[in-house]
Design a protein around this ligand. Structure first.
Ligand code: SP5
Ligand code: ZN
Length: 355
């Protein structure tokens, strides 16, 4: 049991995103990435004695290094544009949902124009039907970025570690796309902010149950930000399905700077911790000076979104392993959807990580 309690940064605005329904295989299902997640985590970390502070507003300078301005503009304006459309009256839909995807399967090399209708334009940016935009979504996602930036500020000012209670999560958000319940890539923003703060080489270690295809994409070509992830095998039919295989190790200047460790369905503590340990050793061997942890706790046994069987004790041990690397660390919340155990899993990781 560590005595040190790292600071927690949160924002009440992160509660303002309500996806309402995630459309999965064409069916409107009840979303699992809900505002109650924030309160569950907040209660647990407060109870564990962490000092809690609200995020400070930050400018967009770091964010625009991570995401295309066109996607940021789309997200900022989408809810209001949708509200002005006939969708609520026609079909009762109050959330932005694409009805087609303007990918190469459709455009097939033809010259293309910007879609006039937002229900068509949405498919330029959102790559699934589960990541809906409503009133408050942009504000919440942007507040989550402020949580990540404020936690990074604390670390740059000398704090050994800080936890950003980001919600919605971010690691599936790509440079110009959003999906997987993610809109803005909070962890990538933290990594860029550490770089801007003087860290020449930074690692993002992602222990969410799903591979963070967004973070992987943002840094795939780069040597200055390593990305390592342990996750359920996409080859077994799990999100993000088409990336996250072990042979994806980076390209060009980033060759060798990406590591993916896929694990079979049903994997429990020992092999999962061995994978986390391998990533920690890699970060040390590569001479990084700063660390971002993408802390998803959806690898836990009770979680509805993954088939991994990791316990709270193993999350505490993972914290000890990653804290033991000895680098200043920004811990960023990603997934984790089982409300009764969510807070305890996060608190266990933070306890293990210590300072
Ligand atoms: C950040 C994060 O953990 N994102 C998770 C993305 C994976 N979501 C896949 C969802 C598959 C459908 N689940 C059925 C639940 C019905 N609501
Ligand atoms: Zn996840």
């Amino acid at each position: 049991m560590n005595q040190y309690r790292m600071p927690v940064v949160w924002s009440p605005t992160t509660r303002d995103h309500d996806p309402r329904n995630e459309v999965w295989v064409g069916v409107a299902t009840t979303g699992t990435e809900v505002a109650a997640r924030v309160d569950a985590i907040l209660a647990a970390v407060t109870g564990a004695g962490h000092p809690v502070t609200e995020a400070a507003t930050h400018p967009d300078d770091v964010l625009v290094r991570v995401h295309e301005p066109s996607m940021l503009t789309f997200l900022a304006e989408a809810a209001e544009r949708w509200r002005q459309g006939p969708y609520a009256d026609l079909v009762g839909q109050t959330r932005v949902v694409p009805y087609l995807f303007t990918t190469p399967a459709m455009t097939a090399g033809l010259p293309t124009r910007k879609a006039v209708a937002i229900h068509a334009e949405a498919g330029n940016y959102v790559y699934d039907t589960m990541t809906l935009v409503g009133p408050g979504t942009w504000e919440a996602a942007r507040a989550a970025v402020d949580c990540a930036l404020t936690a990074t500020d604390l670390v740059l000012a000398g704090e050994r570690a800080a936890y950003a209670l980001c919600r919605p999560p971010g690691h599936h958000a790509t440079p110009a796309g959003f999906g997987g319940s993610c809109y803005l890539n909070n962890a990538a923003v933290a990594a860029e902010a550490l770089r801007a703060g003087g860290h020449d080489r930074v690692a993002v270690i992602d222990i969410d149950a799903h591979q963070g295809n967004g973070t992987a994409a943002i840094f795939y070509d780069r040597a200055d930000v390593l990305y390592g992830s342990v996750h359920v095998d996409p080859g077994a039919g799990w999100f993000p399905h088409v990336v996250g295989y072990a042979d994806e190790t980076g390209a060009r200047a980033g060759a060798g700077a990406t590591r993916n460790v896929p694990l079979p369905e049903g994997t429990g503590d020992a092999p999962w911790l061995e994978a986390v340990g391998g990533l920690a050793d890699w970060v040390v061997a590569e001479g990084c000076s700063g660390l971002v942890v993408s802390l998803g706790v959806d690898a836990a046994a009770d979680d509805p979104e993954s088939p991994l069987l990791v316990t709270a004790d193993a999350y505490r041990a993972a914290g000890t392993v990653l804290g033991g690397v000895g680098l200043p660390a920004v811990v960023v919340q990603e997934g984790g959807y089982h409300l009764p155990t969510l807070g305890g899993l996060v608190a266990a990781y933070l306890d293990g990580h210590g300072g």
